[in-house]
Design a protein around this ligand. Structure first.
Ligand SMILES: Nc1ncnc2c1ncn2[C@@H]1O[C@H](COP(=O)(O)OP(=O)(O)OP(=O)(O)O)[C@@H](O)[C@H]1O
Ligand SMILES: [Mg+2]
Length: 497
């Protein structure tokens, strides 16, 4: 240790002038205007120290701090080489930055680990006057090669431990470092350590802030994207709903227009088709009478066929007009008082030829009088449809028409009409399709028996409009029973009258 001239406690900081200047120097500063050489030196030193302090604490200099430290040191202490040694992540010492004075032949990053360790472990600033001879310089070979004459080393003391050390060498100069220089180096090293620690702290804060900002940006982006998706979905749903509404409105308008056209068409058809049909029927009857009077039998036969076909066609037209009106909601009923028993007598007369056509018998059981309040024409139409069906689908059989009144306490009661036949009957499957417009028991029916499949559909509509119904039971091959039930006194909702 003989070569070590001085070891200084390195807890010196640049906090006060006493740290940097000797009492005599401070006294000379206070003394007054005429500066002595000592005063001048002290002022110069003070300026340098202030400059160093400013430079190291400037946040903008944080990134280039190692360069600044090795570059500033020669301005404070007369050195030819400085090395900033830092403890790296693995705990190893490494030369972080070095500076060599111009014209000096020395390797930049060389330092003695042992000296640095000594300074760091003991917290002392070390001054070695003849480094080449100092046994603690483990890199003695290279130091000798570089003719290092004097070397100083000050530890860099951080808040949490030693950061490294600052090494200052003189290679060619013969003049030795003094205690002043060691003091300055130690003070500067303390400042540098604080600046290095602050810079590291600032870097880590900035990095954390950057990470947090990135995380926030990611979250905001995610949320924005999901909101955008939701908005797009909502907009698409709304657009679809709007579209559907427009389509529905257009469909409703179209349907209303179609319904109006249908009603107009029906009104016209009613007139255009029925008028000529009535004329044909009327003229045929006239011609028939004439031909009969003349005894022209063949003409009578032909005219009867024409008349029959015309009446059939008129009935068909009437049915089609009825069902169309019912479906368009345009069918109206007229309610009147009448005696159903009288009606039954009239229907019986009308039906006689139809009953006889297939060698059937008609049995009627009805009270002498059965007052009703309903749409007389429609009631007759319903009964005629059922009876004509019975005649159509029965051969050499019995057709029974039974009419009765079911009283009801406090009310007018119900009129019940059964139309039973011993005809072909229907399977349950055929029964299931009954009462639908244009539906016949099977496709062969229309070929065998004629008709369009409208009679029952129209009949049920009329019964239901009057507050009643028509139902059927059947036994295939044995016959069918159709039952009409109607209120004896029909009251219609205002819109259907
Ligand atoms: N009494 C019955 N016996 C057997 N089948 C019947 C009877 N009444 C109706 N049907 C069946 O029901 C079908 C529908 O009868 P509906 O009166 O509606 O039509 P249609 O008599 O065929 O033709 P339209 O009455 O329009 O002239 C008939 O085609 C027939 O197959
Ligand atoms: Mg029929």
């Amino acid at each position: 240790m003989s070569n070590i001239v001085k070891e200084l406690k390195a807890d010196l900081t640049l906090r006060s002038l006493q740290d940097i200047l000797k009492p005599a120097e401070i006294a000379s500063l206070r003394r007054g205007p005429a500066p002595s050489p000592a005063e001048q030196k002290a002022r110069q030193k003070l300026e340098v120290v202030l400059k160093v302090s400013q430079m190291l604490s400037d946040p903008k200099a944080a990134d280039s701090l190692p360069e600044q430290i090795v570059a500033i040191l020669p301005q404070i202490v007369p050195v030819e080489r400085t090395v900033l040694v830092l403890v790296d992540e693995t705990g190893e010492l490494s030369a972080r930055k070095a500076w060599v004075a111009p014209g000096i032949d020395a390797e930049a990053g060389v330092f003695s680990r042992q000296i640095v360790r000594h300074a760091m472990d003991n917290g002392v600033a070390v001054l070695s006057m003849d480094a080449a001879d100092d046994s603690r310089f483990d890199a003695a070979g290279s130091i000798q090669a570089q003719h290092i004459r004097a070397s100083m080393c000050a530890p860099l003391r951080g808040r949490q431990g030693m950061l490294g050390a600052l090494v200052a060498d003189n290679v060619s100069r013969t003049e030795m470092f003094g205690e002043d220089d060691l003091r300055l180096l130690a003070g500067f090293a303390n400042q540098a350590a604080i600046a290095l620690e602050n810079a590291a702290l600032a870097r880590s804060i900035a990095q954390q802030a950057k990470q947090r900002e990135a995380e926030l940006t990611r979250l905001v982006d995610e949320r924005t994207a999901s909101l955008r998706d939701e908005k797009e979905r909502a907009e698409a749903a709304r657009a679809e709903a709007d579209n559907l509404r427009l389509v529905a409105e257009a469909a409703t308008r179209e349907a209303e227009e179609a319904s109006r056209s249908k009603s107009r068409f029906l009104a016209n058809m009613s007139h255009e088709l029925r008028t000529p049909m009535n004329a044909i029927i009327g003229y045929t009857d006239l011609l028939l009478e004439e031909a009969a009077d003349e005894g022209n039998d063949s003409q009578v036969r032909d005219l009867r066929k024409i008349g029959g076909a015309a009446k059939h066609l008129l009935a068909l037209i009437n049915d089609i007009l009825d069902i169309s009106k019912i479906e368009a909601g345009k069918m109206t009923l007229t309610v009147d008082d009448f005696d159903l028993a009288i009606q039954i007598g009239q229907i019986q007369d009308t039906l006689r030829p139809l009953v006889a056509q297939k060698d059937n018998r008609l049995e009627v059981s009805a009270p002498d009088s059965l007052p009703m309040r309903a749409d007389e024409t429609r009631v007759r139409q319903v009964l005629y449809n059922l009876l004509s069906n019975a005649c159509k689908f029965t051969e050499k059989g019995l057709i029974r028409l039974a009419v009765r009144h079911e009283p009801e306490p406090g009310g007018a009661g119900t009129v019940v009409v059964d139309v039973a036949d011993s005809g072909i009957g229907m399977t349950p499957e055929q029964l299931g399709r009954l009462f639908q417009a244009f539906v016949q028991a099977d496709d062969s029916t229309s070929r065998r028996f004629g008709g369009t499949g409208l009679g029952l559909a129209i009949s049920r509509h009329f019964c239901r409009m009057m507050g009643g119904d028509v139902t059927a039971t059947s036994d295939p091959g044995r016959g069918s029973v159709f039952t009409v039930r109607l209120p004896a006194v029909v009251t219609l909702p205002a819109s259907t009258t």
